[in-house]
Every structure is written in structure tokens, then in C-alpha cells.
Design a protein around this ligand. Structure first.
Ligand code: SAM
Length: 439
């Protein structure tokens, strides 16, 4: 079990937190400094209350011991990073994981085209054989298409259950968290990497210093780090508060990322906005000394847009809370109206994002009959906090309820196409975000 150590003299506020932790047998601590620049100049800008772990799917006999943790965001007044400072032990978050990257066609297609892009950009001639290491490789959604281009690929993935899935596909995976030690092991056993990729994982790491030091050990001097992260600008503009949960420690902007890499003598030389997860950025980074004339306009352009939209001003995030509360009211009222008509409503997609939304909006098993989800890992379980049972998609198709709350709204296009027959028969989808609509 994770033990919380508080070596220095405790202030009263800290003592209270400790008492709370002991009473709730919590497995977390509050971090006081900024994860990227180490400044202590942090200010709370959003409070989503006490929430369970978004990936904490349960069996019925586990309801009683369920744990809740404060979910708050802080703004760093020095580097502008938005972050969650309540640190849950990484073993708890990732050793057994419920998200499989290849579960959606959107994901598989996205990573296939990502692999094509990497191959076109960096394999200088046909058949060029690059050594590519992916951090947080999950079930191999990107490694597989990269391997098909003939590259040597290696994944680093801490979750045991997902590593097994990837290994069954014949992929080489180190089943561990990425650290300096893992980086050294890879260099000793293989070589330094031409490319390191890390997608939707840098936001999931608290100790970014350890990771960047590991990257500097593993990457060839002229090597490239390419990663994707959910983009703060899209999160704010599309009201994606459902993407806020304990697993997500950072909410990235180009401004904050640029400052971070500069500190480590690296430079972002190109950024692309990509549609994945309703708005992400793909970021290309090299060591400063080997950058040459690579620097693209895209970096400065996005920094300018972020400044225009005031992502570097904490006031922007206070306004966000008001917009969230309005959406919560609207969603509850839409569900109430459905219930008053005597109609049923079930949920579609029980991912982590669904859990923040359900918990924050107090939508429980009393309002939603059940949720269907494509992942066999979640079927048969209950949603954290709200205790809604999860079944396979077939149940909803057989049952044909009048309404479906599309919790996986960021896969709207794919799901509406897949469930064309349901809508044709008169079924309605309630879309919760970016604004409540019924279609
Ligand atoms: N890269 C995949 C994608 O984009 O679909 C998976 C993203 S998933 C949200 C995050 C993945 O990072 C999980 O598979 C998780 O186990 C892994 N992960 C978390 N912390 C990590 C760490 N310190 N080092 C390497 N992988 C990590």
C-alpha cells in the first residue's frame, strides 16, 4: 500500500488533510509545487468536489470501501500550466487499466495515419529502419502500424493487463513505468532511439523530471520526441470538463510546454492540432543544439492564439466554472423531462470521461438504468461513485430504450454511424457536451 510521507513540520491545513486521509484511508497527497517549473506560485482555479477515481470500476461488493478524492485544478502563475495537484499513487492508477486504445475505430484510424506521418517525415528512404520507442504504448495501437513499415519498435507500458494484450500481438513491451533506469536498460540492450513517441501519457505523469531525464538518456542526439496531448484550448472552448480527472495531472498549452522544454535545453519546433479526443496537439521536439533551421511558424502561431484567448490568465478558468454549472443544470433538466414522460434513458460509453460527468452532475443509477460499453474489461462492473451497471452494446440494441445519453460524445460521429438503425427506429441521443442537445 502507498504510504504518505510528510517529513517537515505540518501546518494546520496540512494536518487537516492528513486527518482526512487517515479517516478515508486515502492513497494520495497534495503536491505544493508546479509539476513542470517547480514554482510554488500556484492558485486554485477549479473545484469539482470529492470524486472517485474515473477508472475505478467496481464490483457490487466493493461499493462500501469506495474512496473519494478532491478533484481541483491549479494554475501556475509562473509557467501557466493548469494542473491537478492531488497525487494518487501511480500503481493504483495504472497497474490495472481499463482503457484499450484500439477499442474504437476512430482511435485505430488515427494512429494508423499518425504512423504514416511519422514514416513519411522521418524515414529518409524507403525501407529505412528506425528504432522507435513508445511510452504508454497501451495495446500497441501505434506500434503495430509502425512495425508494418519495417521499423524496430518497443513499448513501455506499466499496466499488466494491457501489456498482455500487446504482447499477444507479438510486440516487445517493457512492463514498467518509464524512468531513467528503464531508459538506461533500453540503451544497454538495444541502442539509443531515433524517435520517442508518447501519446496521451505525458498528462498522466506526475514526476515529469524523471521522465524528461529518461528521454534525454534514451534519445539519440539528433533524435525526435513526438507526442500528443489533449489541448487545453479545446478543453476550455468545448467545455470538456469531463476530461478532468485524477489520472490527468496536466492540461497542456503550448505556452507551458515550451517553457518546460526550454528548461531542459530542448525546443518544440512544430505543433499540429489534431482532432483526437475532441482536440489534441501533436508536438515535435528536438535538442536545441541539433535543431538547425527546423523551427516552424506553427509554434509561435499557437502561442499567439493562446495569449489572445487568455490561457495565460487565471481569470479565464474562473469563467469556466460558471459555464460548467449551467451545463449541469441543463443536463439534469433534460433527464428529468425524459423521466417525467415515463421514458427510459440508458448511457453509452463508460470511459473515464463519463465518470467525471456523471459524478459532477449527480447522475446515478436512479436516473440511468444502465450503461453500455464496447470494452469487455468494463462489462459486468459498476461505474465509480454513481454505481450504474455496465453491459455490452448488444443489451441496448435488444432493449431499444427511448433515449440514450451519449457519454462517449467525443466519438459521436463513429457511434451515430454505428447506431444508425436505433435512430431510424425513433431512438434519441442526448448529447451532453459541448452543449446539451437531443438528436
Ligand atoms: N498511447 C495510448 C493512446 O494514446 O491511446 C494510450 C493512452 S492511455 C490514456 C495512457 C497510457 O499510459 C496507459 O496505457 C498507461 O498505463 C500508460 N502510462 C501511465 N503512466 C506511465 C508512465 N509513467 N510510463 C509509461 N506509461 C505510462
Amino acid at each position: 500500500m502507498f504510504i504518505v510521507l510528510r517529513p517537515k513540520t505540518l501546518r494546520i491545513a496540512e494536518l487537516r488533510k492528513m486527518q482526512h486521509m487517515v479517516a478515508n484511508k486515502l492513497l494520495y497527497y497534495h503536491r505544493e509545487d508546479c509539476r513542470l517549473c517547480r514554482s510554488k506560485n500556484l492558485i486554485k482555479v477549479l473545484d469539482l468536489g470529492e470524486q472517485p477515481l474515473a477508472g475505478g470500476f467496481l464490483d457490487q461488493n466493493e461499493f462500501q470501501d469506495e474512496k473519494f478524492f478532491p478533484l481541483r485544478l491549479y494554475f501556475c502563475k509562473d509557467c501557466t500550466l493548469i494542473q491537478n495537484s492531488e497525487i494518487i499513487d501511480k500503481e493504483v492508477l495504472f497497474k490495472h487499466y481499463f482503457y484499450i486504445s484500439s477499442a474504437s475505430k476512430t482511435g485505430v484510424d488515427h494512429f494508423k495515419s499518425y504512423a504514416e506521418d511519422l514514416n513519411t517525415c522521418f524515414a529518409r528512404k524507403k525501407g529505412d529502419n528506425l528504432f522507435i520507442v513508445e511510452l504508454g504504448s497501451n495495446d500497441g495501437v501505434l506500434l503495430l502500424p509502425l512495425r508494418e513499415f519495417g521499423h524496430n519498435v518497443l513499448g513501455v507500458e506499466p499496466s499488466k493487463n494491457i501489456t498482455e494484450i500487446a504482447r499477444k500481438k507479438g510486440l516487445a513491451i517493457i512492463n514498467d513505468f518509464f524512468t531513467q533506469e528503464v531508459a538506461r536498460e533500453i540503451v544497454d540492450k538495444h541502442s539509443k532511439a531515433d524517435i520517442i513517441t508518447a501519446n496521451n501519457v505525458l498528462a498522466h505523469i506526475d514526476d515529469m523530471e524523471e521522465v524528461i531525464k529518461g528521454i534525454l538518456i534514451l534519445l539519440k542526439p539528433e533524435g525526435i520526441l513526438v507526442f500528443e496531448v489533449h489541448y487545453l484550448l479545446d478543453l476550455i472552448e468545448k467545455l470538456q470538463y469531463d476530461a478532468i480527472y485524477h489520472e490527468h495531472f496536466c492540461y497542456h498549452s503550448v505556452i507551458a510546454l515550451s517553457k518546460f522544454f526550454e528548461k531542459w535545453d530542448m525546443n518544440i519546433y512544430k505543433v499540429q492540432r489534431v482532432p483526437m479526443h475532441e482536440g489534441s496537439i501533436r508536438v515535435y521536439v528536438k535538442r536545441k543544439e541539433n535543431l538547425g533551421r527546423l523551427q516552424e511558424k506553427s509554434v509561435q502561431e499557437l502561442i499567439r492564439i493562446e495569449r489572445d484567448k487568455q490561457l495565460d490568465n487565471e481569470q479565464t478558468f474562473y469563467g469556466f466554472t460558471q459555464r460548467i454549472n449551467k451545463q449541469k443544470e441543463m443536463l439534469n433538466s433534460a433527464i428529468q423531462q425524459i423521466k417525467q414522460k415515463g421514458e427510459r434513458i440508458v448511457g453509452y460509453g463508460a470511459a473515464g470521461r463519463a465518470n467525471t460527468l456523471l459524478n459532477y452532475c449527480n447522475i446515478t443509477y436512479e436516473m440511468i438504468d444502465y450503461i453500455v460499453d464496447a470494452s469487455p474489461l468494463r462489462q459486468g462492473k459498476y461505474t465509480p461513485g454513481t454505481h450504474i451497471p455496465i453491459f455490452s452494446i448488444e443489451k441496448f440494441r435488444e432493449d431499444n430504450p427511448e433515449n440514450v445519453l451519449l457519454l462517449a460524445w467525443s466519438y459521436k460521429k463513429e457511434i451515430l454511424e454505428k447506431e444508425y438503425d436505433y435512430r431510424k427506429k425513433g431512438g434519441k441521443f442526448v448529447i451532453p457536451l459541448p452543449m446539451v442537445e437531443i438528436i
